[in-house]
Design a protein around this ligand. Structure first.
Ligand code: ZN
Length: 354
């Protein structure tokens, strides 16, 4: 009878192969090296993340009230947690290694034959049980590491994104006003720009909203070859956040949803602008940021000591009511406005903030 025609032998071979695979997996997993290094590797990087946070603060990043606390807490927790993981993973290795070796020895000394079919199936069952135990121990160790791993990853991401936003503000055409705090940036398409869609970036600070066109326009084409192109980089919208009357978010499309933010303007030539956010954040999050800026509720996102959270944040104080040049009545300033211009004579009045 050939191998293929003996079902008992086939099952014996299958059980031996499955047992071998399960024992290999258990052997690889039972040092729990990944679980220990998930914390130990991050512990090594904590100093670097802390330095990047300090650098972001020195660049004017006032956001993230809990970043420094999180960093300090992780720094304090890391040594004890690494010790605990090393100890507990060592204990877990002790508990399972004997079982793995015993099962491996049984498998080695049991010839793969139809007569040993039920023995091999019992070995396979034990091998799978040891493998499951290793997985449970790994999950338990992961659960111990999680309260460190998750905040670390969030902190690292937040600090990285802070620099990304700050870099974009540095590369922008416009200048920040003194005391203006850069907040977020987003790659987007201004859908209803005069003359058609314009690609670029939205910039939010605690006082203003801006849009800069940033795209390369192909100006001459010859068959498949672009003969010349032009870099367009220009600030097209620059408004105090008080000129936003309302903002709204919506999504469009069945599978890949466009993230649309619609802004209704007031006191300005713009009426309504729709932006399709392409940076990965949801339109809902952008809408939340804009609404918080507009209503003065943004302060809770600011770090203590960097700025004093206050609901009147971004509101000019002691604004003049009469023009210093022509004595006409001046309009009341809106949130985020840094200069009040007389609508009759054009005289500029610098505004102060609380
Ligand atoms: Zn005037």
């Amino acid at each position: 009878m050939s191998d293929q025609q003996d079902p008992e032998l086939q099952r014996a071979k299958q059980a031996a192969a499955d047992a071998d695979r399960a024992l290999d997996a258990a052997t690889r997993g039972c040092t729990f090296a990944d679980e220990v290094s998930s914390v130990a590797d991050r512990q090594v990087k904590l100093a670097e993340v802390g330095a990047e946070l300090t650098r972001a603060r020195s660049r004017g990043w006032v956001w993230g009230p809990d970043l420094a606390d999180t960093h300090a807490r992780l720094l304090a927790a890391a040594p004890g947690l690494v010790d605990q993981l090393r100890r507990e993973s060592g204990d877990a290795t002790q508990r399972v290694r004997g079982r793995i070796e015993a099962c491996r020895a049984r498998l080695s000394r049991t010839p793969v034959s139809s007569a040993n079919r039920s023995d091999l199936e019992a070995i396979e069952e034990e091998a799978e049980a040891v493998k499951a135990t290793v997985e449970q121990e790994a999950q338990r160790l992961d659960a111990l590491a999680k309260p460190f791993v998750e905040p670390f990853d969030r902190l690292k991401k937040d600090v990285g994104e802070a620099h990304e936003h700050l870099d974009r503000f540095d590369e922008a055409r416009f200048q920040l006003a003194p005391g203006e705090h850069p907040f977020v940036t987003g790659e987007c398409a201004w859908q209803d720009a005069p003359g058609g869609v314009v690609n670029g970036f939205l910039y939010l600070t605690d006082k203003r909203i801006r849009f800069e066109q940033k795209e390369t326009i192909k100006t001459k084409k010859f068959l498949f070859f672009t003969a010349s192109s032009e870099d367009k980089h220009e600030c097209l919208i620059d408004e105090p956040i008080g000129n936003i009357a309302a903002s709204d978010d919506s999504t469009k499309g069945l599978v890949f949803k466009d993230q649309l933010v619609t802004i209704q303007w007031q006191n300005t030539r713009l009426k309504k602008s729709v932006f399709d956010i392409n940076s990965g954040e949801s339109a809902k999050l952008w809408d939340t940021w804009i609404e918080e800026l507009r209503s003065g509720q943004i302060a809770h996102r600011m770090a203590g000591g960097v700025a004093v959270p206050a609901p009147d944040h971004g509101m000019p104080v002691d604004a003049p009511t009469r023009c210093t040049a022509c004595d006409a009545n001046l309009d009341a300033p809106v949130r985020g406005m840094t200069v009040l211009v007389c609508r009759y004579c054009g005289q500029r009045h610098d505004l102060r903030f609380a």
